[in-house]
Design a protein around this ligand. Structure first.
Ligand code: SF4
Ligand code: SF4
Length: 335
């Protein structure tokens, strides 16, 4: 299908009756996904957003339930997850990361009710990357700048129009019968193919073959003494990473009224593994840094048979001391 750019506003306005819209909104720090009213107040950023789309499904802080304690007992009230959402402009790496989070929060024998309700209620409208950033390496990890995993629709920017690939029934329901769309022609498909080949041709490659097998035997290797050295433990890489998903649960209670909160946490912080006894099994930043790499490229593979990194490049772009995960992987690969 094709939609001309001047018709996008009509399409989005039509959605507002049934859906809440989220799109990349510019903030002082960079673009982040936030609720929008229609076609104004937001834009597709040139590269990826600062924070990934995971926040829409796993908010940085969320109330799970509230409760009131009294002499009669405890009354619990579950938090309500908002209704139907359309998430606009998710890059293919971020959309693919949702399929990894699904394994953790909605996989075999697991059903996180808050995450799964948001996933079921949300249509993911992906946007292909015609111009991947210099820090992107999705293709080294099985992804693509035009990848469709995790998307309900994939839009490709053809200049004055978008080619729209319909990938799921949920995506189909959004566009079917809408007057803004027309069938795509051969020229549209050829233009999209040319953009895809150009984008693929510009992607850098990172040596990741055999990294899992190397990590199986590198736990005590001296290489960790070198690669972690600059790390400040700021946690930026984990918070911005679309696949990092560790969280903490806390209760806040005032006068018998309590709130159970879930908040992002990170393996890069010393308190993450600090025991009540005072013992910390990851006593220095070296063990924490190793954990982050091990979790993504070994433990997640052990558990789910895929790597928990989609090559979005955020941890490379925003690390304050320029630690580059591609260099760490190259060193492991050569080890
Ligand atoms: S962003 Fe860089 S300095 Fe901060 S925790 Fe991650 S690797 Fe360490
Ligand atoms: S580890 Fe870095 S490159 Fe990989 S998905 Fe996370 S932020 Fe992106």
């Amino acid at each position: 299908m094709i939609i001309r750019k001047e018709r996008v506003n009509d399409f989005l306005n039509g959605l507002r009756a049934g859906y809440r819209l989220y799109a990349p909104v510019q903030t002082q720090a960079g673009p982040v996904f936030a609720p929008v009213n229609g076609a104004t107040g937001w834009s597709w950023p040139a590269g990826n957003t600062l924070k990934s789309a995971k926040e829409v499904f796993l908010p940085q802080t969320e109330t799970l339930f509230t409760y009131r304690t009294s002499l009669d007992g405890v009354q619990v009230e579950e938090a309500r997850v908002e209704g139907r959402v359309v998430l606009l402009g998710v890059r293919p790496c971020d959309a693919r990361s949702l399929t990894m989070l699904d394994k953790v929060f909605a996989g075999e024998g697991v059903r996180d009710p808050y995450y799964t309700a948001r996933r079921e209620n949300t249509v993911v409208l992906g946007l292909a990357c015609n111009e991947p950033c210099g820090t992107c390496f999705c293709t080294s990890l099985g992804g693509s700048p035009f990848g469709t995993a995790g998307c309900d629709l994939l839009w490709v920017d053809l200049g004055d129009r978008y080619l729209v690939r319909v990938l799921t029934d949920r995506g189909k329901a959004l566009v079917e019968g809408r007057p803004e769309f027309a069938p795509a022609g051969d020229a549209d498909l050829a233009a999209a193919r040319e953009l895809e080949e150009g984008a693929l041709g510009r992607m850098g490659t990172v040596p990741v073959q055999g990294v899992k097998e190397k990590l199986d035997r590198l736990f005590a290797d001296p290489l960790w003494d070198r690669v972690y050295e600059k790390c400040l433990g700021c946690g930026t890489c984990t918070y911005l990473c679309p696949t990092c998903h560790c969280f903490d649960l806390t209760d806040e209670v005032i006068d018998g009224l309590g709130v159970r909160l879930r908040t992002w946490d990170a393996c890069m912080y010393p308190l993450f593994t600090l025991h009540a006894s005072g013992h910390n099994p990851r006593p220095t930043q070296k063990e924490r840094f190793r954990q982050r790499i091990m979790h993504k490229f070994k433990y997640f593979v052990d558990n789910f048979r895929e790597t928990a990194c989609v090559g979005c490049g955020r941890c490379i772009r925003y690390c304050p001391v320029n630690i580059d995960i591609r260099a760490v992987l190259a060193e492991i690969s050569a080890g």
